[in-house]
Design a protein around this ligand. Structure first.
Ligand SMILES: NC(=O)c1ccc[n+]([C@@H]2O[C@H](COP(=O)([O-])OP(=O)(O)OC[C@H]3O[C@@H](n4cnc5c(N)ncnc54)[C@H](O)[C@@H]3O)[C@@H](O)[C@H]2O)c1
Length: 293
């Protein structure tokens, strides 16, 4: 299928990033807003301004990219699109409502892609009458900078849908990996396993938070250590992901670490709350002096 027009449902952190890379790839893009939220355009403008400042694109390029984006709150605008990427809040009922509406409006050959991080693609595909056209396209944050997209095939996803999705994602200058529809998909599973093992090492007294991060940076070549990443993502979000993996696999290796649970219970959620594995209350990242891990 020749994809020309793309719709992105959701205008938050990820939706805005996907709209931007699709428009930069030359697609005509409809950004479906929830209740007239304008946050998405602000994110896109900021990101493109940054690219102009770094001389990656010109001011003229920026205007051309913006001219390809149409904002709407009307589901009816999905009637003539070829490819839909849903990126609304991580909630099955909200996504179900969106896909059921789209299913009634879209052309028969449309492809439904979802950016869900944790809801099974096979389950989400039951919300439309054409599960063969349904696929997971899992982008990473921040979308314009991260090069990989996981292509997740549900039980009934057709190979034609896989190939079309890959073609579209490649045209956005992203690379892809094909992944089975399992909890955590591939990247989050590897990432959580590493983070959980870092928590275990801390609990067993193998090394300190700072030294575990230092080891990951200096020996494994990671740009950030597992505790630094956990603080950036938010400990509450990380805990939810772990609980989801534990619940799905029933494997003790995914059991959330007790210190992590205590930190979340005490309101220390990472960078956003000023304290997590590190203390950010002074505006800089410092080891915690008030608690001993
Ligand atoms: N943030 C990440 O790092 C990341 C990475 C990969 C995938 N994801 C996935 O991307 C999706 C979006 O995440 P995000 O971080 O952009 O979230 P966000 O909170 O920044 O944006 C969510 C968007 O959904 C809209 N929305 C909320 N409730 C809705 C409803 N009931 N109906 C329709 N729209 C609704 C909001 O208005 C907003 O536009 C989620 O499925 C998430 O799991 C997130």
């Amino acid at each position: 299928m020749d994809v020309k027009k793309v719709m992105v449902v959701g205008s938050g952190t990820m939706g805005a990033g996907i709209v931007q890379v699709a428009a930069q790839a030359g697609y005509s893009v409809v950004m479906k807003l929830h209740q007239n939220m304008e946050r998405g355009m602000k994110i896109i403008n900021g990101s493109l301004d940054n690219q102009v400042k770094k001389e990656r694109i010109t001011a003229d390029d920026k205007n051309k990219i913006l001219s390809r984006i149409k904002l709407t709150t009307a589901w009816e605008d999905a009637a003539d699109v070829d490819f839909i990427i849903e990126s609304i809040a991580e909630n099955f009922d909200a996504k179900k409502e969106a896909f059921e509406k789209l299913d009634n409006i879209c052309r028969p050959e449309v492809i439904f892609a979802t950016n869900t991080s944790s809801i099974p693609i096979t389950k989400l595909a039951t919300t439309v009458k054409r599960p063969q056209n349904f696929i997971g396209t899992h982008f990473f944050n921040p979308v314009p900078a991260m090069r990989l997209v996981e292509i997740v095939r549900g039980l009934k996803t057709s190979m034609e849908t896989v190939l079309t999705a890959e073609k579209v994602i490649h045209s956005m200058k992203k690379d892809t990996v094909r992944v089975k529809d399992v909890p955590g998909f591939l990247v989050n599973r590897i990432n959580q396993a590493l983070r959980n093992e870092a928590y275990n090492c801390l609990t067993e007294g193998v090394a300190s938070v700072e030294d575990i991060d230092k080891a990951a940076r200096m020996a494994l070549g990671h740009p950030m250590g597992p505790f630094e990443v956990a603080d950036l993502v938010g400990l509450d979000i990380g805990l939810e992901v772990l609980r989801g993996l534990f619940e799905s696999y029933k494997d003790i290796k995914w059991r959330p670490n007790m210190i992590l649970e205590q930190l979340v219970e005490s309101g220390d959620l990472g960078k956003k709350s000023g304290r997590g594995w590190y203390d950010y209350s002074s505006g800089e990242k410092k080891p915690r002096s008030d608690v001993k891990f």
